[in-house]
Design a protein around this ligand. Structure first.
Ligand SMILES: Cc1cc2nc3c(=O)[nH]c(=O)nc-3n(C[C@H](O)[C@H](O)[C@H](O)COP(=O)(O)O)c2cc1C
Length: 223
Protein backbone atom coordinates (compact mmCIF):
# COMPACT_ATOMS: atom_id res chain seq x y z
CA UNK A 1 0.00 0.00 0.00
CA UNK A 2 1.36 3.40 -0.91
CA UNK A 3 0.42 7.02 -0.49
CA UNK A 4 -2.76 6.92 -2.56
CA UNK A 5 -4.80 4.67 -0.30
CA UNK A 6 -8.08 6.26 0.74
CA UNK A 7 -10.05 4.16 3.17
CA UNK A 8 -13.78 4.15 2.63
CA UNK A 9 -16.54 2.03 4.11
CA UNK A 10 -19.85 1.40 2.40
CA UNK A 11 -22.74 2.32 4.66
CA UNK A 12 -26.45 1.71 4.14
CA UNK A 13 -27.23 5.33 4.96
CA UNK A 14 -25.53 8.00 2.97
CA UNK A 15 -23.28 10.02 5.26
CA UNK A 16 -20.88 12.87 4.51
CA UNK A 17 -17.77 11.75 2.58
CA UNK A 18 -15.52 13.36 5.19
CA UNK A 19 -17.03 11.03 7.80
CA UNK A 20 -16.92 7.98 5.58
CA UNK A 21 -13.33 8.43 4.49
CA UNK A 22 -11.82 9.32 7.85
CA UNK A 23 -9.62 6.84 9.64
CA UNK A 24 -6.84 6.89 12.20
CA UNK A 25 -3.50 6.09 10.55
CA UNK A 26 -0.25 5.44 12.36
CA UNK A 27 1.88 6.73 9.49
CA UNK A 28 1.71 10.16 7.93
CA UNK A 29 3.10 11.90 4.86
CA UNK A 30 6.38 13.76 5.38
CA UNK A 31 4.62 17.05 4.46
CA UNK A 32 4.87 19.27 7.55
CA UNK A 33 1.85 20.99 9.07
CA UNK A 34 2.11 24.76 9.33
CA UNK A 35 1.01 26.79 12.30
CA UNK A 36 -1.75 28.31 10.12
CA UNK A 37 -3.15 24.82 9.46
CA UNK A 38 -3.00 24.02 13.15
CA UNK A 39 -4.68 27.29 14.07
CA UNK A 40 -7.43 26.45 11.58
CA UNK A 41 -8.03 23.17 13.41
CA UNK A 42 -8.08 24.91 16.80
CA UNK A 43 -10.52 27.45 15.40
CA UNK A 44 -12.84 24.63 14.28
CA UNK A 45 -12.67 23.18 17.79
CA UNK A 46 -13.20 26.59 19.34
CA UNK A 47 -16.70 26.81 17.85
CA UNK A 48 -17.86 23.49 19.29
CA UNK A 49 -20.84 23.59 21.64
CA UNK A 50 -20.18 23.01 25.35
CA UNK A 51 -22.22 22.77 28.52
CA UNK A 52 -22.93 26.35 29.75
CA UNK A 53 -20.45 27.44 27.06
CA UNK A 54 -17.67 26.62 29.54
CA UNK A 55 -15.23 25.53 26.81
CA UNK A 56 -13.22 23.39 29.24
CA UNK A 57 -10.73 22.14 26.60
CA UNK A 58 -7.04 23.08 26.84
CA UNK A 59 -4.46 22.05 24.24
CA UNK A 60 -0.66 21.72 24.44
CA UNK A 61 0.80 21.42 20.94
CA UNK A 62 4.21 20.90 19.41
CA UNK A 63 5.67 20.65 15.90
CA UNK A 64 8.26 17.93 15.21
CA UNK A 65 11.78 19.20 15.85
CA UNK A 66 10.69 21.39 18.77
CA UNK A 67 11.26 20.85 22.47
CA UNK A 68 7.52 20.83 23.14
CA UNK A 69 6.99 18.00 20.64
CA UNK A 70 9.64 15.93 22.42
CA UNK A 71 8.12 16.68 25.82
CA UNK A 72 4.67 15.55 24.61
CA UNK A 73 6.22 12.44 23.05
CA UNK A 74 7.84 11.57 26.37
CA UNK A 75 4.39 11.49 28.00
CA UNK A 76 3.04 8.80 25.63
CA UNK A 77 2.68 5.11 26.51
CA UNK A 78 5.37 2.78 25.16
CA UNK A 79 2.96 1.39 22.57
CA UNK A 80 2.11 4.82 21.23
CA UNK A 81 5.80 5.75 21.22
CA UNK A 82 6.36 2.86 18.80
CA UNK A 83 4.59 4.76 15.99
CA UNK A 84 3.71 8.34 17.04
CA UNK A 85 7.07 9.82 16.01
CA UNK A 86 5.75 9.42 12.43
CA UNK A 87 3.48 12.39 13.08
CA UNK A 88 4.61 15.93 12.18
CA UNK A 89 2.53 17.30 15.09
CA UNK A 90 1.62 16.02 18.54
CA UNK A 91 -0.77 17.55 20.97
CA UNK A 92 -2.24 16.87 24.39
CA UNK A 93 -5.92 17.31 25.21
CA UNK A 94 -6.62 18.50 28.74
CA UNK A 95 -9.80 19.79 30.31
CA UNK A 96 -10.81 21.82 33.33
CA UNK A 97 -12.62 19.51 35.74
CA UNK A 98 -14.50 22.17 37.68
CA UNK A 99 -17.08 24.92 37.12
CA UNK A 100 -16.57 28.60 38.00
CA UNK A 101 -18.19 27.75 41.37
CA UNK A 102 -15.65 25.00 42.04
CA UNK A 103 -18.20 22.18 41.52
CA UNK A 104 -17.37 19.10 39.42
CA UNK A 105 -18.12 19.73 35.75
CA UNK A 106 -19.47 16.32 34.77
CA UNK A 107 -19.79 17.33 31.14
CA UNK A 108 -16.24 18.53 30.55
CA UNK A 109 -15.09 15.28 28.94
CA UNK A 110 -18.17 15.30 26.72
CA UNK A 111 -17.27 18.87 25.66
CA UNK A 112 -13.67 17.93 24.89
CA UNK A 113 -15.08 15.14 22.69
CA UNK A 114 -17.19 17.68 20.81
CA UNK A 115 -14.12 19.90 20.41
CA UNK A 116 -12.27 16.95 18.89
CA UNK A 117 -15.27 16.12 16.69
CA UNK A 118 -15.10 19.60 15.14
CA UNK A 119 -11.31 19.35 14.80
CA UNK A 120 -11.59 15.93 13.16
CA UNK A 121 -14.16 17.08 10.59
CA UNK A 122 -12.15 20.21 9.72
CA UNK A 123 -8.94 18.17 9.47
CA UNK A 124 -10.54 15.61 7.18
CA UNK A 125 -11.78 18.42 4.95
CA UNK A 126 -8.16 19.60 4.66
CA UNK A 127 -6.78 16.09 4.04
CA UNK A 128 -5.21 15.98 7.49
CA UNK A 129 -5.42 12.77 9.51
CA UNK A 130 -5.66 12.49 13.29
CA UNK A 131 -4.87 9.59 15.56
CA UNK A 132 -6.18 10.14 19.06
CA UNK A 133 -4.53 8.35 21.96
CA UNK A 134 -5.70 7.39 25.42
CA UNK A 135 -2.26 5.93 26.05
CA UNK A 136 -0.74 8.94 27.81
CA UNK A 137 0.88 9.09 31.21
CA UNK A 138 -1.49 11.81 32.38
CA UNK A 139 0.19 12.37 35.73
CA UNK A 140 3.53 13.02 34.05
CA UNK A 141 1.83 15.31 31.53
CA UNK A 142 0.01 17.34 34.19
CA UNK A 143 3.27 18.04 36.02
CA UNK A 144 5.43 18.44 32.93
CA UNK A 145 3.19 21.14 31.48
CA UNK A 146 2.34 22.94 34.72
CA UNK A 147 -1.42 22.32 34.93
CA UNK A 148 -3.17 23.35 38.15
CA UNK A 149 -4.89 20.64 40.24
CA UNK A 150 -8.37 20.94 38.74
CA UNK A 151 -7.24 19.85 35.27
CA UNK A 152 -6.99 16.40 33.72
CA UNK A 153 -4.97 15.34 30.67
CA UNK A 154 -7.38 13.04 28.83
CA UNK A 155 -5.73 12.15 25.54
CA UNK A 156 -2.98 12.91 23.07
CA UNK A 157 -3.30 13.37 19.31
CA UNK A 158 -0.85 12.57 16.51
CA UNK A 159 -1.56 14.37 13.28
CA UNK A 160 -0.28 14.94 9.78
CA UNK A 161 -1.32 14.53 6.17
CA UNK A 162 -2.62 11.16 5.02
CA UNK A 163 -0.26 9.09 2.92
CA UNK A 164 2.59 7.74 4.99
CA UNK A 165 5.02 4.98 4.15
CA UNK A 166 3.89 1.74 5.81
CA UNK A 167 7.50 0.61 6.11
CA UNK A 168 7.90 3.14 8.90
CA UNK A 169 5.57 1.05 11.07
CA UNK A 170 6.50 -1.97 13.17
CA UNK A 171 5.43 -5.05 11.19
CA UNK A 172 2.56 -6.05 13.49
CA UNK A 173 0.90 -2.64 13.04
CA UNK A 174 0.93 -2.61 9.24
CA UNK A 175 -2.06 -4.94 8.93
CA UNK A 176 -4.19 -2.52 10.94
CA UNK A 177 -3.78 0.09 8.22
CA UNK A 178 -5.77 -2.18 5.90
CA UNK A 179 -9.20 -0.68 5.06
CA UNK A 180 -10.76 -4.14 5.26
CA UNK A 181 -10.06 -4.21 8.97
CA UNK A 182 -12.22 -1.29 10.09
CA UNK A 183 -15.38 -2.44 11.82
CA UNK A 184 -18.27 -1.01 13.78
CA UNK A 185 -21.20 -2.16 15.92
CA UNK A 186 -24.48 -2.59 14.10
CA UNK A 187 -26.95 0.23 14.79
CA UNK A 188 -29.25 -2.27 16.52
CA UNK A 189 -26.49 -2.90 19.06
CA UNK A 190 -26.45 0.69 20.29
CA UNK A 191 -29.76 2.34 19.30
CA UNK A 192 -33.00 1.42 21.04
CA UNK A 193 -36.43 2.72 20.13
CA UNK A 194 -37.66 1.94 23.65
CA UNK A 195 -35.95 0.22 26.55
CA UNK A 196 -32.23 -0.36 26.64
CA UNK A 197 -31.37 -3.57 24.76
CA UNK A 198 -34.83 -3.68 23.12
CA UNK A 199 -33.59 -4.95 19.78
CA UNK A 200 -36.65 -4.56 17.57
CA UNK A 201 -34.96 -1.88 15.50
CA UNK A 202 -35.31 -3.32 11.99
CA UNK A 203 -33.85 -0.26 10.30
CA UNK A 204 -30.29 -0.93 11.36
CA UNK A 205 -27.13 -0.88 9.27
CA UNK A 206 -26.49 -4.18 7.51
CA UNK A 207 -23.12 -5.89 7.41
CA UNK A 208 -21.02 -4.62 4.53
CA UNK A 209 -21.67 -7.11 1.75
CA UNK A 210 -18.79 -8.99 0.19
CA UNK A 211 -19.57 -7.50 -3.21
CA UNK A 212 -19.43 -4.00 -1.70
CA UNK A 213 -16.02 -4.79 -0.25
CA UNK A 214 -14.81 -5.94 -3.64
CA UNK A 215 -16.03 -2.71 -5.17
CA UNK A 216 -14.22 -0.65 -2.54
CA UNK A 217 -10.99 -2.50 -3.14
CA UNK A 218 -11.33 -1.92 -6.89
CA UNK A 219 -11.88 1.79 -6.27
CA UNK A 220 -8.87 1.95 -3.94
CA UNK A 221 -6.70 0.17 -6.42
CA UNK A 222 -7.87 2.50 -9.20
CA UNK A 223 -9.41 -0.30 -11.32
C1 LIG B 1 -10.28 8.66 22.89
C2 LIG B 1 -9.52 7.73 21.99
C3 LIG B 1 -8.40 7.07 22.48
C4 LIG B 1 -7.63 6.25 21.63
N1 LIG B 1 -6.45 5.72 22.12
C5 LIG B 1 -5.60 5.11 21.26
C6 LIG B 1 -4.28 4.79 21.67
O1 LIG B 1 -3.85 5.05 22.81
N2 LIG B 1 -3.46 4.19 20.76
C7 LIG B 1 -3.86 3.91 19.47
O2 LIG B 1 -3.05 3.39 18.70
N3 LIG B 1 -5.12 4.22 19.05
C8 LIG B 1 -5.99 4.85 19.90
N4 LIG B 1 -7.24 5.25 19.47
C9 LIG B 1 -7.68 4.98 18.08
C10 LIG B 1 -8.83 3.98 18.03
O3 LIG B 1 -8.32 2.69 18.26
C11 LIG B 1 -9.54 4.09 16.65
O4 LIG B 1 -10.16 5.35 16.55
C12 LIG B 1 -10.60 3.00 16.50
O5 LIG B 1 -9.99 1.73 16.42
C13 LIG B 1 -11.44 3.20 15.24
O6 LIG B 1 -10.61 3.26 14.10
P1 LIG B 1 -10.70 4.48 13.08
O7 LIG B 1 -10.49 5.76 13.86
O8 LIG B 1 -9.60 4.25 12.07
O9 LIG B 1 -12.07 4.45 12.47
C14 LIG B 1 -8.04 6.05 20.29
C15 LIG B 1 -9.17 6.71 19.80
C16 LIG B 1 -9.89 7.55 20.63
C17 LIG B 1 -11.08 8.30 20.05
Amino acid sequence: MGNKIAKEKVTKFNILPILKKRYSPRVFADTPLTEVELRTLFEAGRWAPSSYNRQPWRIIWGIRGSKTYDRIFDCLSDFNKSWAANAPVLWLNAYKKTTEEGEDNFHALHDLGLFMGNVTAQAQHLGIALHQMAGVNYKTALTEFGFPEDYHVATAVALGYYGGDLNKLPEDLREQENPENRSRLMQREFTFNGNYMNNNDKNSTEEVKKTDKEQIMKKINGE
